[in-house]
Design a protein. Structure first.
Length: 602
């Protein structure tokens, strides 16, 4: 009996121990499945999973009418885990022809122990489908032939990517720019507005089965966020005309470069900004560092005679002259032991302010500059934006150069008065004339019209900053005076457009050559606006270092006419019907007009 009781006690102890063991297993199971589940999953992901970047598409760049100038197109990168390719030779023979390669070119990337090798970049989704289907077809045949799974081709993994496409090609290349190999803006708008255009990359994870990529295991862990799309002020049709016109002019003149800018003077909006030579942003072989520069805002030059409008406008604003003040204009004059002369030899003349502007007299402009004095001339050069960036939102924009008065020499005043000795960009020049066109109010040039969010909602950009430089009366007088420049007596009759009142100014400046540290060659230009009585648009044309003929009126005038004619027609600006304000060009003509008026009044 005691022995029976002893057996029962042993059985009860065994059962109790078993219950405790089961309880411990149960608690451990609860801990694994509930309490520490997240920790184990995280550990498994670390040991068995990998993450990769999920690229975000850049925002689209549109013109003012919604035409695409730059866009992101879905593409595929193909990566390979060499450790699971199994049969590199066969894989190379199957995949290489589809990717436009030879098997011998591809084989080294399929052979080895590396777990990530990029074998193809930015291919189309259709091309990846060809690769995938070819591999699957081979694997299917392999299984049917019972050749063994060890020969099965695996390890090819697609990664989402994007190709930057430029539908407008050469048309807006220097303006829009390109992106670099890392997908960031490298030049143009792509660079200056990169913070807007660039999206935020996401992440995706995939199981790697202890170093072996498991097809179909990819899952997005962090969604990529597309970049913001932008709408430019550029009108592609006007850009097309401007680009073709400057291409032809630069080619014909065998010039170094050329630029055309079309601006709305009231808003500062840039409707076109074309430069030559250009490049094809879709063809990397056509791209050089030199061509990536945007000469409209990066190349500085001395304005020459286009700068005379600042001198004349400043003196008129200060009440020192009128449109018909008479000056004695010699061919040359001496200032501070230096002789200055006009571009063509002539006898001493008696010209009005309008007349000396029409024939672009250097000696006449010097006399007006002397009336102003150094301080006031410098003040107005600054008011018109010299030595300051226009903040156009174009990358690499130069502020040009303008010496402070304390650094001027004895020849600075006469030199600055006729547009030499300080430098600016084509964008700054355009802004000067836009100020006169806009009744004396300078509006900052801008290329950005607004932004477009993911839902397609358009938000207009803030209005550009503005500042008054001249009175309305001075601006009106200047516009009337500048109409004489395109008359038969002026320097740019080639810029005249039948039916419209055109005002402008030519420039033929000595060009400073940084290579030799000397003046070599010329800058030919013409800047004008229309209609002169109520300007709607400004067009500037700048041609650098033309060979042979170099006069601004001859080279740049016809380009202005071609571009402005299209702008006026495309924007449905009616021909001018108002009468011109005619200012006399010479003292003799002025006396005759006064006499005629007196007789008529009598």
């Amino acid at each position: 009996m005691n022995q029976s009781r002893l057996v029962q006690d042993r059985i009860r102890k065994i059962v109790a121990i078993a219950i405790v063991i089961f309880l411990l297993f149960g608690l451990r199971l609860i801990e694994i499945q509930a309490i520490r589940a997240n920790g184990y999953v995280e550990k498994a992901n670390v040991e068995l999973g990998k993450t990769a970047t999920l690229l975000a598409p850049r925002g689209t760049i549109y013109d003012i009418n919604g035409v695409e100038l730059a866009r992101s197109i879905t593409a595929i990168n193909i990566a390979v885990d060499q450790t699971v390719v199994n049969d590199p030779v066969t894989a190379a023979n199957i995949v290489a022809p589809i990717l436009g390669m030879t098997p011998s070119q591809l084989l080294p990337d399929l052979t080895g122990e590396r777990r990530y090798v990029l074998i193809a970049k930015d291919i189309t989704p259709a091309k990846w489908s060809e690769v995938y289907e070819a591999i699957e077809k081979y694997n299917s045949i392999l299984l049917k032939s019972k050749a063994g799974i060890s020969k099965r081709i695996a390890g090819f993994v697609p990664e989402r990517s994007y190709i930057r496409d430029y539908p407008s090609g050469l048309l807006t290349a220097s303006l829009v720019g390109i992106i670099n190999d890392q997908g960031a803006g490298a030049s143009g708008i792509e660079s200056s507005l990169n913070n807007l255009l660039a999206g935020t990359n996401g992440k995706y994870a995939y199981a790697n089965g202890r170093g072996k990529i498991i097809p179909g295991s990819e899952r997005v862990s962090v969604e990529a966020k597309a970049g913001t799309s932008i709408r430019l002020t550029i009108d592609r049709d006007i850009q097309w005309v401007a680009q073709n016109a400057i291409n032809q002019a630069v080619s014909s003149a065998r010039a170094q470069s050329g630029t055309v800018i079309v601006m709305d003077p009231k808003t500062g909006a840039i409707l076109a900004q074309a430069s030559a030579p250009t490049f094809d942003p879709n063809n990397s072989n056509s791209i050089t560092l030199g061509k990536l520069r945007n000469p409209a805002v990066q190349d500085v030059y001395e304005p020459g005679s286009t700068g005379k409008v600042i001198t004349v406008a400043a003196a008129m604003e200060e009440g020192l002259i009128t449109p018909e003040s008479v000056f004695t204009i010699p061919y040359k004059m001496k200032v501070a032991d230096e002789y200055f002369h006009d571009h063509e030899k002539h006898p001493t003349q008696r010209l009005t302010t309008t007349g000396l502007l029409a024939v672009s007299s250097n000696t006449g402009s010097i006399q007006i500059g002397q009336k102003l004095g150094k301080d006031r001339l410098y003040e107005y050069l600054r008011k018109f934006g010299m030595g300051q960036s226009t903040n156009s939102k174009l990358p690499g924009e130069s502020a040009g150069s303008l010496l402070q008065v304390k650094d001027w020499s004895g020849t600075s005043l006469p030199t600055f008065a006729f547009g030499q000795g300080y430098s600016l960009t084509a964008m700054q020049t355009t802004s000067v004339f836009a100020t006169i066109a806009n009744n004396g109010v300078r509006v900052s040039p801008s290329i950005l019209a607004g932004v477009v969010d993911e839902s397609g909602k358009y938000t207009q950009a803030k209005e550009n900053a503005s500042v008054r430089v001249l009175s309305e009366q001075t601006s009106q007088n200047m516009r009337a005076m500048m109409e004489s420049v395109v008359s038969k007596n002026g320097t740019a009759p080639s810029a005249a457009i039948p039916g419209y009142r055109i005002a402008g100014k030519t420039g033929t400046a000595n060009r400073y050559n940084t290579a030799c540290g000397c003046y070599s060659g010329y800058t030919a230009s013409f800047v004008g606006f229309a209609p002169a009585d109520a300007p709607e648009f400004v067009v500037s044309v700048t041609i650098q270092d033309p060979q042979g003929m170099h006069w601004g009126g001859v080279l740049a005038g016809p380009v202005f006419k071609k571009v402005m004619s299209f702008v006026l027609q495309s924007k449905r600006v009616q021909p001018t019907k108002t009468d011109k304000t005619i200012f006399s060009l010479t003292e003799a003509a002025l006396k005759s007009a006064v006499s005629t008026k007196a007789k008529s009044g009598a």
